[in-house]
Design a protein around this ligand. Structure first.
Ligand code: CA
Length: 437
């Protein structure tokens, strides 16, 4: 850790100092924005309170020197890929410089020029943070895997490979959308258990999946695995991911090759990427393997990962129906879970992903899979939360949900808290369900 994590730091952007704010000066997540309603090019910004620091504008104003100036030159474009292609030292240099510009008692030139450097978040249009070449979705929550397995195989919930190999599949990058983008209910082949043949229909079991995404920093050449001890160097930062799923389409199509059209219609990503540097105060032990679990194979075992592979991150799912919105009722929190309940760390997922020589590229997205804990109210999708609709969820106001209805808005949130550190948040990852055409 360094001075950018100092809990005593305050920003002259007052909204950043409010207790419980997602974007205090200790966070400084990066994203891509432009002024709403303009045709100006998107560019990299840093979230601070309820505003965005325009990095390129700071560069043009001559506020950066040394390495930070070179790194900021990668911020004139509407994607973080160029930043993600650099070493961790580059992001540290930019973070140090931005922290000094935004703090009380720092470089006062930024505050004097605030009108040209800061854009209110309410006046900005946030874009996908990176051009994602490849998107991989893992299945790293043992509680999620066990619950889903139990529904379909009561006697043998967890498949024999689960505790040996981080299970994943290749997702669809073209249908990644930024938070706030509406999601159209998909149609597809559906075959209810009672039917002899499938029909094409709108999905009757639209679901969300609460996930955490990690963006890849730097690449690895094809044929060159990344050892677990070096895997963290290839992680740039994290965001929230909603892997929307049509359970009826999925159930009919998924064997033998896995998810396809039941997942590829949309995946929502939050716009702010919280860097690994910002997460430093919240790192802790990786998953503790229960006694009796098989030993980790060598390439998945590392003392550093065991000691620091975990992230003290709390995740929440909030739901607001059309009726709740009309009545002015706030979204209802329907699940809360800790990311420390995961069975595999991001470093293990990345090391496994490259273990066959597969090359990752800057800006690739690795998602964790649905994050679920042991308790029913910590389950990260409706399939589990309502146990396939058998235990409907009752919302404040009396509405009941088995799966998502048209007009429902799903809002994911995440935040890191620890004594002696300032809370940082991931912001929101939201989407409203639109009726099928
Ligand atoms: Ca998923």
């Amino acid at each position: 850790m360094n001075e950018t994590h100092d809990p005593a730091l305050r920003s002259w952007v007052e909204s950043a100092n409010v207790a419980g704010a997602d974007f205090p000066i200790q966070n400084l997540p990066v994203g891509v924005f432009r002024r709403r309603g303009t045709s100006e090019a998107g560019r990299v910004g840093v979230a601070i309170g309820d505003a965005i620091l325009d990095v390129a504008a700071c560069l043009d104003a001559g506020l950066f020197t040394g390495e930070a100036r070179e790194v900021a030159a990668a911020c004139r474009v509407p994607a973080l890929n160029a930043l993600m292609a650099l070493d961790a030292s580059a992001m540290r240099a930019l973070r140090d410089a931005v922290s000094r510009l935004l703090r009380v008692g720092g470089d006062a030139r930024a505050e004097r020029a605030r009108a040209s450097l800061l854009v209110p978040m309410a006046e900005a249009e946030l874009q996908l943070p990176a051009q994602v070449g490849d998107y991989t979705d893992f299945y790293a929550s043992v509680h999620h895997a066990t619950n889903v397995g139990r529904m379909f195989r009561p006697d043998n919930p967890l498949l024999p490979n689960y505790k040996w190999v981080p299970i994943g599949y290749h997702g669809r990058a073209s249908s990644l959308v930024v938070s706030g983008t509406p999601v159209v209910r998909p149609r597809g082949q559906i075959k209810p258990p009672s039917a002899d043949v499938p029909r094409v229909d709108r999905t009757q079991s639209l679901d969300y999946e609460l996930e955490v995404g990690a963006f890849v920093r730097r690449g690895n050449p094809l044929g060159t695995p990344v050892p677990l001890a070096r895997a963290e160097e290839h992680l740039f930062g994290i965001c929230l991911v909603n892997d929307w799923s049509a359970r009826d389409i999925q159930a009919w199509e998924y064997q033998p090759l896995g998810p396809f059209l039941g997942k590829s219609f949309a995946t929502t990503v939050s716009p702010w990427v919280v860097t690994m540097e910002a997460l430093e105060p919240f790192r802790g032990p990786g998953p503790v393997r229960p006694a009796g679990d098989p030993p980790l194979l060598d390439y998945l075992r590392d003392d550093g990962d065991r000691a620091r592979g975990g992230i003290a991150l709390t995740l929440e799912v909030h739901l607001r129906t059309a009726r709740m919105r009309e009545q002015g009722a706030p979204p209802a929190c329907v699940s809360r879970v800790s990311f420390t309940t995961m069975y595999w760390t991001f470093a293990q997922m990345l090391a496994h992903h490259t273990s066959n020589g597969c090359n990752l590229r800057p800006g690739d997205l690795i998602a964790s899979g649905t994050v679920s804990g042991e308790a029913p109210d910590s389950r990260g999708c409706l399939l589990e939360r309502t146990w396939r609709g058998q235990e409907p969820l009752e919302l404040p106001g009396g509405e009941v949900r088995r799966f998502l209805e048209d007009g429902d808005e799903v809002i994911l949130r995440g935040y890191c808290e620890r004594e002696g550190a300032v809370r940082i948040g991931l912001g929101a990852c939201s989407g409203i369900v639109l009726a099928a055409p």
